[in-house]
Ligand binder design. Structure first.
Ligand SMILES: [Zn+2]
Length: 303
């Protein structure tokens, strides 16, 4: 718009009468100027002179509403800023710049579907392995010693079912769970006495457990007691077991994703551990419960 000669010049905005507005001020009101420039504000600023033209706020029209094409372009831009770059899910909000796959429900779901499929596949392989077996123990405490051991093969045949004299106190909490008291253990072999049988049963076997880390901890305690100086890994069969943990499989299968920070402030993420849904808190009963669970996973639909 051309600037008429002889217009009023103000040196700052606080001198401008209320009926005069800049184009931007009118725009904020949803208006656009239709009349001539009426005045201007000219001020010194770093590197030169600032100029703002002023229009009469009575000479205006409503700003044209956006066209369908403009709206579509705006929507497209908003969609782009709401779309997860990792999985393509469109969220209902604009993604922050710190966005990671762990923030994205779409990414997590996609990963869950893959993990679930893998769990089903692993369960099938475990069951079809003639050398596979499942081991379970009942213990004196959550960080205690063995007082019952069970081993079954993948057909459900019981390979070992024995009480063990733990030579240690049984915590009331543990006893409430498995119901095994000192009286019942009278005459049972100690762990050291049972060990040759256990070794023979597990020789060449691929050992599964429900919560493998727990079994490892308990067997580590037993090893420590037998040979406190030993730096060796407790028992080969459990360390060779790698990740043969039915709880890991089942937790993947259920898929309650959790992410957050632990009490040390370290980030963690993964599937919440699920309790064994079958079993009777006897060693063999829990082995058979784990077997039933693997069988259910193996026939689940992986879609
Ligand atoms: Zn995503």
């Amino acid at each position: 718009m051309e600037e008429p000669s002889d217009i009023v010049v103000y040196s700052w905005f606080d001198e401008v009468p209320a009926h005069l507005k800049t184009r931007n001020q009118l725009k904020e009101l949803g208006l656009r100027p239709t009349g001539q420039i009426k005045a201007k504000v000219v001020w010194k600023r770093r590197g030169g002179t600032g100029i703002a033209y002023l229009y009469d706020s009575s000479e205006v029209a409503a700003k044209k509403t956006a066209t369908a094409a403009q709206l579509a372009a705006l929507e497209k831009a908003r969609m782009a800023r709401s779309t997860c770059p990792y999985c393509g899910k469109v969220h209902s909000f604009v993604l922050p710049s710190s966005w990671t796959p762990w923030d994205c429900s779409g990414c997590i779901h996609k990963r869950y579907l893959a993990d679930r499929k893998q769990a089903i596949e692993t369960a099938k392989q475990a069951l079809s392995d003639p050398l596979g077996c499942i081991l379970d123990t009942e213990t004196t405490d959550l960080d205690g010693y063995v007082l019952q051991v069970g081993v079954v093969d993948m057909t459900g045949r019981v390979l070992l079912d024995s009480l063990v004299d733990p030579l240690a106190e049984i915590s009331p909490e543990a006893q409430r769970v498995h119901g095994i008291g000192t009286e019942m253990l009278r005459g049972a072999p100690s762990f050291v006495e049972l060990l040759p049988r256990l070794r023979a049963v597990l020789a060449g076997r691929k050992v599964w457990a429900y919560n493998l880390d727990f079994e490892r901890k308990i067997f580590r305690n037993e090893r420590q007691r037998i040979d406190p100086e030993s730096k060796r890994r407790p028992f080969r069969w459990l360390h060779a077991a790698e990740d043969r943990c039915a709880m890991e499989l089942y937790s993947c299968f259920v898929g309650q994703f959790e992410a957050g920070y632990d009490e040390d402030g370290d980030p963690y993420e993964g599937y919440r551990y699920q309790a064994l849904p079958y079993g009777d808190h006897s060693a063999v009963g829990d082995c058979l419960g784990s077997l039933r669970l693997l069988q259910e996973l193996a026939v689940a639909s992986d879609e």
